[in-house]
Design a binder for this molecule. Sequence first.
Ligand SMILES: NC(=O)C1=CN([C@@H]2O[C@H](COP(=O)(O)OP(=O)(O)OC[C@H]3O[C@@H](n4cnc5c(N)ncnc54)[C@H](O)[C@@H]3O)[C@@H](O)[C@H]2O)C=CC1
Ligand SMILES: N[C@@H](CC=O)C(=O)O
Ligand code: NA
Length: 458
Amino acid sequence: MTQLPTPSQSISGEMITIGLLGAGNVGAQVARTLVEDRELISARVGAPVRLAGVAVRDPETPRDWKVPGELLTTDAEALVDSVDLVIELIGGMEPAGALIERALARGAAVVTGNKALLASRGAELNALAAHSGGLLRYEASVGGAIPILRPIEESLSGDRITKVMGIVNGTTNYILDQMDTTGAAFGDALAEAQKLGYAEADPTADVAGHDAAAKAAILGTLAFHAPFSFDDVYCEGITEVSADDIEAAAASGYVIKLLAIAEKHSAGQAPGVVLRVHPTLLPRTHPLASVRGAFNAVFVVAENAGELMFYGQGAGGKPTSSAIMGDVVAVARTVLMKKGTGTSVPDAPSISGEAGLPALPIEKATTQYYIDMEVADREGVIAGIARVLADHHVSIESMRQPGSVTVEGEVEDSDNGARVQIVTHLASEKNLSETVQALRGLDVVKTVNSVLRVEVEK
Ligand SMILES: NC(=O)C1=CN([C@@H]2O[C@H](COP(=O)(O)OP(=O)(O)OC[C@H]3O[C@@H](n4cnc5c(N)ncnc54)[C@H](O)[C@@H]3O)[C@@H](O)[C@H]2O)C=CC1
Ligand SMILES: N[C@@H](CC=O)C(=O)O
Ligand code: NA
């Protein structure tokens, strides 16, 4: 067990002391870097850096990298109280939230990858940091290794962002990719993603879309300078996406991806931002369609910059530790300046709320849709369906009839039934849901198999 330094020891001199909370998938890799690459990290910071302790729940647990026994402690609070910089990699709301609060309250620097916490308490924690002279950085919370938050917050701060759209959850992208390319079953692909260290401790957060929704809230907040939270994001996960949906999409030249989108309404619309996470059909030629495995990619569209794309490993211990370490070096330099000058150096305001843009409900979203249904195979069916769409101001971009099927989905030769797949032009969410309701009421429509949103543009 480690002998913790006292606060007075840690803030005297030019040494930066670090306390790590959690040594799981990401934490173990961060500990490894801080021990094995200590000289490199110290050189990058410009002063010696020392890992003072690693708070764990159980010191006996085997880890991806064996943390030296003398660094281990079960007293996370004492560790937080004794260092210049706290790295929080426990995850979840508590005790992570209370420990971060404790560190910030005493003016310490905090680096975390905890998107769940930031999406619900980000504004409050940023305000606490601003008030106490603490620092809070969380590049690892979105897109794993991909530098995405700093470019939005700093590089694009002189531009106006209009849309952020991306694949931000490695686990679900891995699952959908495996189902699409190898025909793997959902459960097997999820188990593999867990084994590879991509999934959250409770993988429901991944497959239900909650992890991506938290990331959408963080991206939206930084892109639009408005404090959005998890509750502002419309969220659908991938649990309802079937192997049949994936196969049908592939046959029509599409791939299904879980996208997170934060989009500002354009001039002439009610001001605000629609934040949404849902499975989305993308043409196979779309740049996001080729994002495989646990990789992530984020498009940012800004008025002057135009389109930008950020791509890289979105999950996994090692890639995520890279983003954590980037933040560690950056905040350690600021801590060093603070120590040298004795003054509090202001950090960039992360969540300012300056734009005052409200989050808009999903009903305000406008997008294209794919409707897959089984219908009676008789004359006039298509005309009837087309009439329902027209009555609801939804126009058809393309229609496919892949073959005759039974209600159970099996292909057969008889005139028992047929399958119809429609891709609409841009339509409002409200018109679309009324259309689907009306289609379900048509006697020639046997079942509506699925309704998915479609993105054809970046
Ligand atoms: N795994 C990934 O690919 C990524 C994870 N993140 C985030 O990083 C954080 C950590 O993720 P993982 O390392 O994957 O999680 P993990 O579940 O592998 O590790 C968390 C560790 O914290 C420990 N822990 C729980 N309560 C504790 C306590 N009171 N004191 C000390 N340790 C405690 C657990 O025993 C576990 O070893 C989470 O917030 C996660 O959302 C962010 C980006 C990518
Ligand atoms: N569970 C997350 C981990 C990274 O944020 C994911 O799968 O993307
Ligand atoms: Na990142």
